[in-house]
Design a protein around this ligand. Structure first.
Ligand code: SAH
Ligand code: SF4
Length: 376
């Protein structure tokens, strides 16, 4: 697991770094020379086998099981609702209780496709950025999610989808790369992951670790609205795939749609993208571009987009705007999206339109929001 400078001992062990797990074990009397082995065994049970009780951990002695049970938990958040769309997309509203404050709620979405199953994970309760077309942005920013709360979203999805491995896989020590229901993770749920970098990092390092969830770096994508300093850190410290919520090709318009652009304008953002480590034709940055009728959907916009991205190994994801109650934006017409996509296609971008999924249960991009509000 991940070495980490935070040293608080969490009662819930989901999301604990290797160091935190070792400290937790030491605090209940596990001998120093056993810490590394026990930590590895317990991680396997938590992440590879999906144990929810310490009593399931048959490779460790009964005394240690009982002691763990007395002092720690592997509790999942409460599933407040589980909705299943007609297209198979699932959305969970999860409630995380907090010791001295009201519980917070977040949404997590699972999108099954023929060759993959993608889980869209939240990083914050609400978002402080207020992008003008995003529903999450209308929810007041409440707080960052902890590493455990970020990972628990993946655990709950795997619990509900019966996505844990049998004995064979545990013997191998890592998940099979194929055949998992949750095969890909996208940090594209509620919140701006780069404003909660330390916690997102701790969670993703566990998701990437062979003794953790064992995902490969290519199967985890972090999406940002453009927090430029965080992009370099993501490249250096996580090396996961990157997605950029671009949405506009001129600063004047992007200032309005994605207000963080006033601090980090397009030129700076694209500079940070150019410097992202490990880019190649096989490892491209995804640029997300929401299609807003009459706002950013002209052929001149498409032209400028191609020009701006010319020297960056990139994919473009056109996202049809998903409406939400109270928005004044509309989605571009089908023909406009098709013409925009055709232009991109002619310039080397294949299948640039993202299919809208889960719209009937408000699970599509930018439709996530929970009722959690600050009590004043
Ligand atoms: N805060 C990060 C992660 C959220 S990702 C970010 O902004 O990148 C969610 C993606 O859906 C972003 O690209 C976001 O811009 C986009 N989005 C937001 N509201 C939308 C809407 N109503 N319709 C379509 N896409 C939307
Ligand atoms: Fe926040 Fe991303 Fe929505 Fe902007 S698009 S308000 S950064 S969640």
């Amino acid at each position: 697991m991940t070495p980490n400078s935070q040293t608080t001992i969490a009662k819930n062990l989901i999301g604990a770094s290797e160091q935190q797990l070792q400290e937790a074990l030491a605090s209940i009397g596990v001998a120093e020379k056993q810490l590394a082995l026990r930590t590895k065994q317990i991680s396997h049970w938590i992440y590879i086998r999906g144990a929810t009780q310490f009593s399931q951990m048959s490779s460790i002695g009964k005394d240690l099981q009982r002691s763990l049970e007395k002092n720690f938990t592997l509790d999942r958040p409460e599933i407040v609702t589980e909705q299943i769309s007609i297209d198979g997309t699932r959305k969970w509203l999860l409630r995380f209780p907090q010791p001295d404050a009201p519980a917070v709620e977040v949404e997590t979405v699972y999108i099954p496709e023929s060759d993959r199953g993608t889980l869209c994970v939240s990083s914050q309760v609400g978002c402080s950025f207020n992008c003008s077309f995003c529903y999450t942005g209308t929810q007041q920013m409440m707080r960052n999610l902890t590493p455990g709360e970020i990972l628990a979203q993946i655990m709950v999805a795997r619990d509900r989808l019966a996505d844990y491995s049998g004995d064979n896989t545990e013997a191998k020590g890592i998940f099979p790369a194929t055949g998992r229901k949750v095969s890909n993770i996208v940090m594209m749920g509620m919140g701006e992951p780069l404003l909660n970098f330390e916690n997102v990092k701790q969670a993703l390092l566990i998701a990437l670790h062979d003794d953790g969830l064992g995902f490969s770096r290519r199967r985890i994508t972090l999406s940002t609205s453009g927090v430029v300093p965080g992009i370099a850190r993501t490249g250096d410290e996580l090396k996961v795939a990157l997605a950029i919520s671009l949405h506009a090709v001129r600063d004047e318009l992007r200032d309005e749609l994605v207000p963080i652009n006033r601090k980090y304008p397009i030129a700076d953002l694209l500079d940070a993208c150019r410097k992202y480590p490990g880019l190649s034709n096989a490892r491209r940055i995804t640029f997300e571009y929401v299609m807003l009728k009459g706002v950013n959907d002209s052929l001149q916009d498409a032209q400028e987009l191609v020009r701006l991205l010319a020297e960056i190994p990139s994919k473009i994801n056109l996202i049809p705007f998903n409406p939400w109650p109270g928005t004044h934006y509309e989605c571009s017409d089908e023909q406009t999206i098709a013409a925009f996509a055709r232009y991109l296609h002619r310039h080397g971008y294949s299948s640039p339109v993202r299919a809208t999924r889960g719209q009937d249960i408000m699970a599509a991009c930018g439709q996530l929001k929970s009722e959690t509000v600050k009590l004043s």
